[in-house]
Design a protein. Structure first.
Length: 292
């Protein structure tokens, strides 16, 4: 029975890993961890703790919902990312980038950043409201970074296996800023206090849009997952929505859960992240953040 249960866990963990990291995930993971050379972040670094934890599944969904509230960012995603036509491909590319820049060699991290910057240079357009956008705009890159880091950190502090203390949270924000600056973002927050201030500064530029609500509906009600994975996905989605800032619910057309709903959502998130952690096995930190 013990061996059978372990076999079930291994099969489920591998299936989940390949779903997130893509069909080349195992080879990519070996390359990221097996290539010798200096890294930006050494073992024990706060960014490795956060990006290597199952809480990233909640944080990633929250980040997408939050990012969608910037009209220019949402327009770029809707027009160029293929999130509807190829959601798993987009997830694999994003998770691989996170893994390479967090766990990979400096050479590989730099090459990954250069590739993203090359792509950003070619993404330009105009929103339905007539607002011009450019994916390489330092302010837009700052928003995407702020939404991600705020989401990853909040999810980790609630659902992380080893939640960071205040000093560790500041360390995480500072370390994450290194990648954002390399991508071309400006005025990147380097502490939790600066992160909160940056989020407040963006609020006048955020607002409802048909594209943002369409993205939220897709993520929450049309999940691109097999029926067998729907229950777990629903738990993660409930946790992500409940962790959103209070002012975002009306903008996204979401119902804000009350005290009972919040407690239930937190329980759902805890169950989902613990289940993911169990499926991926004891070497969680080397498997969860995409191919990290």
């Amino acid at each position: 029975m013990v061996r059978s249960l372990a076999d079930v866990r291994d099969r489920a963990g591998t299936a989940l890993f390949l779903r997130v990291a893509g069909p080349d995930g195992l080879a990519s993971r070996e390359r990221i961890h097996g290539t010798p050379g200096p890294r930006w972040f050494e073992p024990g670094a706060a960014i490795r703790t956060v990006h290597g934890d199952a809480s990233m599944f909640v944080g990633g969904m929250r980040a997408l919902l939050l990012q969608s509230l910037h009209p220019a960012a949402m327009a770029a995603v809707a027009a160029h990312s293929g999130y509807r036509g190829d959601p798993w491909g987009r997830l694999a590319r994003t998770s691989t980038f996170l893994a390479v820049t967090t766990f990979g060699t400096i050479d590989d991290a730099t090459a990954a950043i250069d590739r993203v910057r090359w792509v950003h240079e070619r993404i330009r357009g105009v929103t339905p409201e007539g607002l011009a956008y450019f994916a390489g705009d330092p302010t837009l890159l700052r928003w995407v970074h702020v939404a991600e880091v705020d989401s990853f950190l909040r999810a980790h502090r609630v659902y992380g296996q080893r939640p960071l203390d205040a000093a560790g949270a500041d360390e995480y924000v500072l370390q994450a800023s290194r990648v954002a600056v390399a991508l071309g973002a400006e005025r990147v927050p380097e502490s939790v206090a600066e992160l909160a201030k940056a989020l407040d500064e963006f609020r006048p530029a955020l607002g409802p849009s048909a594209a943002a609500r369409d993205a939220a509906d897709f993520l929450l009600h049309e999940p691109p997952v097999p029926r067998s994975l729907r229950p777990g996905y629903t738990l993660l989605a409930r946790a992500a929505v409940a962790s959103m800032p209070a002012w975002t619910f009306d903008l996204l057309g979401l119902d804000r859960p009350g005290p009972v709903g919040l407690a239930a959502a937190r329980t759902a998130g805890a169950v989902a992240t613990r289940s993911i952690r169990w499926m991926l096995g004891p070497d969680d930190a080397s498997r969860v953040a995409g191919v990290g």
